[in-house]
Design a protein around this ligand. Structure first.
Ligand SMILES: [Fe+2]
Ligand SMILES: [Fe+2]
Length: 288
């Protein structure tokens, strides 16, 4: 039997082959506060398909701009650096994330729907607590399950086994992964984004999205990992998943302390969140 470790798998993944280089270049530039609009526009404009889709989204009803933007420089100035970052990531990951993940018994479109839902709910939760960069929440939510894509591609037989164990024994999927592989999709997703030099708080948000383990930066609790972990549960609660409610209750004290959400507030909150997710999904539909 082959030995699979996080290291042995990641040594075979340079980048997920289907996530284009342009996304990484653009995200790196967007993460750098010294980046000039003109340089960013140049990088994005070198990819015609990305440019066309980005302009289509910026000109959609979602942004309600008074006049049409026709160049990337204009779009960056009017819609803003942070929103452009989310849009670029959404456009460049859509094709890959829209596919099914066979080993996890996730059908075409389902993974994308879950990821977009978690992204939008993370952004709303960020706005609710005045998080300084709600777009960062969106990005973290969008890629929180990226480890599933890696494992589905590089450890398919093990993923099958873990999924079957999860379905048969009712233990959570990430526990089943740990039982079969010794680690779960959150751990490998964290390791992968660390290898890609993503900011530590994004890496930790991916790594902790099932454990709810608090993350401190300079001695201060950072809310992003908790936002993503909670968003992941809330999107499952749209579909009345019992496992998600149990998990919510298990972490209710922390969620209520940091995000001011308790079980009694859910009937009021969930329909609002669903509406926001619906709007963002419609925006995402303009990409394909
Ligand atoms: Fe997950
Ligand atoms: Fe998830």
């Amino acid at each position: 039997m082959r030995e699979l470790t996080i290291e042995s798998i990641l040594s075979r993944v340079d980048e997920l082959p289907e996530v284009p280089q342009i996304a990484f270049k653009a995200i790196q530039l967007l993460n750098n506060p010294d980046t000039q609009v003109s340089h960013l526009a140049e990088v994005i404009s070198s990819d015609q398909a990305l440019t066309a889709k980005l302009l289509r989204l910026c000109n959609s009803a979602f942004y309600g701009l008074a006049r049409k933007v026709t160049t990337i420089s204009e779009a960056v100035m009017i819609v803003g650096f942070s929103s452009i970052k989310s849009l670029v990531l959404m456009i460049t990951t859509q094709t890959t994330m829209n596919k099914g993940l066979l080993g996890y018994k996730i059908g075409p479109g389902e993974f994308w729907t879950h990821s977009i839902g978690a992204a939008e709910v993370s952004r709303v939760l960020g706005q609710m607590i005045d998080y300084p960069e709600p777009e960062e929440c969106f990005i973290a939510g969008l890629i929180h399950d990226i480890g599933k894509m890696v494992l589905n591609q590089y450890a398919l037989p093990e993923v099958y086994k873990a999924t079957n164990l999860h379905l048969k024994s009712q233990i959570p999927l990430y526990e089943a992964e740990k039982a079969i592989l010794g680690f779960d999709h959150a751990a490998i997703g964290g390791a992968l984004t660390e290898q890609w030099n993503f900011p530590p708080v994004l890496v930790e948000s991916i790594r902790r999205h099932h454990t709810f383990e608090s993350y401190y930066e300079n001695g201060v609790l950072h809310p992003l990992p908790l936002i993503v972990a909670t968003a992941n549960l809330l999107v499952d609660l749209f579909h009345e998943k019992g496992e998600a409610r149990q998990k919510f209750l298990a972490h209710e004290a922390l969620i209520s302390e940091v995000l001011d959400i308790d079980e009694a507030y859910l009937p009021e909150l969930l329909p609002d969140l669903q509406r926001r997710v619906e709007e963002t999904s419609q925006l995402a539909m303009l990409i394909s």
